[in-house]
Ligand binder design. Sequence first.
Ligand code: EPU
Length: 302
Amino acid sequence: MLDRDRTIAHELTALGADWLPEEPLSVHTSLGVGGPADLVRLRDFRRVPDVIGYVERLDKPWRVLGGGSNLLVSDEPLGDTVLQLARPRNGLSFEGNRVEVPAAANLGTTVMECAKRNLGGMEGLIGVPGTIGGALRMNAGAYGIEIGPLVRRLTVYRASTRKIEVLKTEQVKFEYRHSSFAANDIMLSVLLELPERPYAEILEKVKLFNQKRRASQPINEKSAGCIFKNPPGFSAGKAIDELGLKGTRVGGAVISERHANFFVNGHQATARDFLTLIDMVRDRVRKAYGVELEEEVIIWRS
Ligand code: EPU
């Protein structure tokens, strides 16, 4: 470690955070691609404003990383400092049919922990990779369930006020794969209200959705979920499939044989491979259907 890094690491430790200089982001993304960036891992979310104050004095912009499961990071060094919440030590806290969940908790684990307390309503989200924070930001959804409507209260670091704020549902807009948060707002914790259901019933649904997902999505390969949003009344996956593009490859990036809106890392893919494949597919769909596909995956360019 350089002297400068040692100093930063020391000062951040005092703020409850870790300094990981030039961390390869490829190990933090489900696609397995991404160049290096300085990473700050926050262990105590009450210290977020202090840590951000410190990071800003390093004179580089910063951005927030969740579970990295819906993210395509460029191959070149990022330049920006990346902030990530550490996995929470304290778990979920239940109160009747409400549960407070730390944003860095895993979404799938949360679904199952709630199930054990006879709280359902999130079964469709089983198998959606990533954190609760990422799910909130993207308003993650599957099989007719979205996380947004389950939210009752949110604790967020607001980039605009530079403070931790507690927001009511009415203060946030959740839309299809989109929320009204600013790019550098940081989800810290959420209160969800869930319908009470017998554990066995929840488990049955979870099994069903797992089967559905296994049959239609490449769950054991490195992907970022669906690459494109579905425009209203149009299925991106169906269109890409109809164009015969399954199996198309650019370098190590391949259009999944199982679901055409999933692009997988076949072998040693680069971000450039994925970006080229995305542009190529968008072009083909535009020419064939007159529809402009918009990415669902978040792209970080350096
Ligand atoms: N289809 C094909 N070929 C394919 C893929 C799909 O013909 O290669 C057809 C299917 O047979 C079906 C239609 O297209 O008739 C829709 O496919 P599917 O049911 O798989 O759903 P999707 O619209 O492609 C959406 C979400 C998924 C979510 C599933 C299940 C988006 C962009 N995708 O996929 O979410 O898991 O529904 O609810 O909204 C994600 O957000 O990353 C994601 C994967």
